[in-house]
Design a protein around this ligand. Structure first.
Ligand code: 13P
Ligand code: ZN
Length: 269
């Protein structure tokens, strides 16, 4: 029996992860096992769940995360495919709880699927969000083709150069990704250094940051909203490319148009 049986609210959150996983695959952003999702499910944990025995040995996170005391997460499994997770989230991901030392976790359900190799980044970011009192409960890492391509050029890696271009392609992008796109220089995937750099970038006040020549890392209240922010950014990148493919540099919205949008919608920056 699945831990999700008779737990409708928890199941609804994990169903959102499965839905987003399918979109990632359909968009071509999730080759092989590419990308990972974690969600903080602590608010849906009940006494019955707390009484469950672990189904794994304690494993180290690689860092100590004091805000995660008593927290529970659903995590994509390492090496698991988004297209498989879309059909079977509990066979391609697992539920973990953080041990009281805040440095180890154990797997609780449904199967002993080892969490994503990017767990240090995901859990460090959840720790940061809780410390800030943020309502965000989801983090998403994926490999969107056009956004990753941008990071292969020094021009677009400079602070907020890509943000300004992407915002100016279509008004919705600033409206729905109002903090823009942060940049994290290339670092080894799954490293604690990458986790620390990701937090520094998010702390500059971004919800979405690029991992140079790798992918994006996005946070929001739930996984659907995190996906939407990446989706609007990548849509802008596609519009830019479409214009370039038609043989011209797109004008972009003017500064006055951007300012009007920000004023009317009360957007930051
Ligand atoms: P996992 O399969 O371990 O989640 O890794 C995928 C990935 O995109 C690493 O950056
Ligand atoms: Zn990746």
């Amino acid at each position: 029996m699945s831990i999700l049986t008779n737990r409708q609210a928890l199941k609804a959150e994990i169903d959102k992860v499965a839905e987003v996983a399918l979109y990632l695959w359909q968009k071509g952003w999730a080759e092989r096992n590419g990308g990972n999702i974690t969600i903080n499910i602590t608010e849906w944990v009940d006494d019955g769940m707390r009484a469950l025995p672990a189904i794994s040995e304690p494993r180290g996170i690689g860092t100590v995360l004091p805000q995660l005391q008593g927290c529970w997460f659903y995590c994509k499994g390492t090496g698991k495919r988004m297209r498989d997770l879309a059909r079977a989230p509990m066979q391609n991901g697992s539920i973990i709880r953080i041990l009281p030392d805040c440095a180890h976790y154990e797997i609780v359900a449904d199967e002993p699927v080892a969490p994503t190799s990017e767990l240090p980044s995901h859990l460090s970011v959840h720790n940061y969000l809780l410390a800030k009192g943020s309502p965000y409960r989801a983090s998403l890492h994926t490999h969107p083709i056009e956004l990753v391509a941008l990071t292969h050029s020094k021009k677009w890696r400079q602070k907020d150069v890509a943000t300004r271009m992407l915002w100016s392609m279509i008004p919705e992008t600033k409206a729905f990704c109002p903090r823009g796109l942060g940049m994290v220089p290339y670092m080894l995937p799954s490293s604690v250094e990458l986790a620390d750099a990701t937090i520094r970038a998010i702390d500059e006040d971004y919800d979405v940051v690029m991992w140079e020549k790798h992918g994006v890392f996005a946070v929001d209240v739930d996984v659907m909203s995190a996906f939407d922010q990446v989706d609007v950014l990548n849509k802008s990148a596609l519009i830019y490319i479409a214009a370039r493919n038609m043989g011209f540099e797109p004008d972009g919205m003017t500064d006055a148009q951007m300012k009007e949008l920000s004023d009317v919608f009360g957007l930051p920056k």
